[in-house]
Write a protein that binds this ligand. Sequence first.
Ligand SMILES: C[S@@+](CC[C@H](N)C(=O)[O-])C[C@H]1O[C@@H](n2cnc3c(N)ncnc32)[C@H](O)[C@@H]1O
Length: 261
Amino acid sequence: MIAQLRQQVLDGWESGADFFDQRWGDQGDEFHHEVFAPAAERMLGLEHGAKVIEFACGNGAFARRLGRRGMSVVATDLSPALIAHAERRTETISDQAVDVTYRTVDATDERAILNCGGPFDAAVCIMGVMSMPLLRPMFGGAWRVLRQRGVFVVVTLHPAFATSGYKFTKSEQDDEPHGLTIERYLSRYVTHGVTNTAQKEPQVYFHRSMSELLADAFASGLVLDGMEELSAPPQPTEEAKLIWNMLPDIPMAVALRFRRV
Ligand SMILES: C[S@@+](CC[C@H](N)C(=O)[O-])C[C@H]1O[C@@H](n2cnc3c(N)ncnc32)[C@H](O)[C@@H]1O
């Protein structure tokens, strides 16, 4: 069952890799570079030269961002096609040398994580946990490859608002969204997403409640020592205009900082 889910997740990201690479570009989309990446940086609080492992790095936007700030990064992702895009985009940085190495690693395979070396000062995973059928291997692997007092920052769509069974509620006057109705939250479930017409296989997403997400981290020995709830950027560019931009008081994402103590 898990092997089948892993394969479906891989097929979805491989099939969407070219589309997502184009959409994310060098810096990630607007949500990534204006909200998720700054939050991850704040919570990581890293100094020049810090050693970082990234899980689910996509086309490498955050790894390059850390590399440009002088961090040494091992950036990993399940999808070989996205890793190829990440390598190509990083090779073309001509203004400075960056210390970023990419590896194809399934973060639901703890042994594969342990093969990435270490000890690391920090680990990070941005918008990856929703694609993972299991979280214990990544949290357990992070605990083992982090140094003592090292941190693991996870940025994810907010389980309560943005992966739960929600619907936008509209105002009667102007049809603009003004809130959310949440219809389910506590139970686990799987959804599928197709973001472009050329995609042959859908993305598979796993909803889990906040307590379930945290339980997997705590069971691995990590403690939670920081949290920021994040809303969408208030002034969207035209092409990135999404409904979440109209709900600035509802956090569509959350950044969690765990620590190995
Ligand atoms: C929404 S994208 C986020 C990419 C990047 N972190 C960003 O913020 O731009 C989700 C990423 O998770 C990766 N992914 C999915 N399942 C994974 C797994 N089991 N192990 C590692 N990466 C995985 C996908 O290949 C994809 O690159």
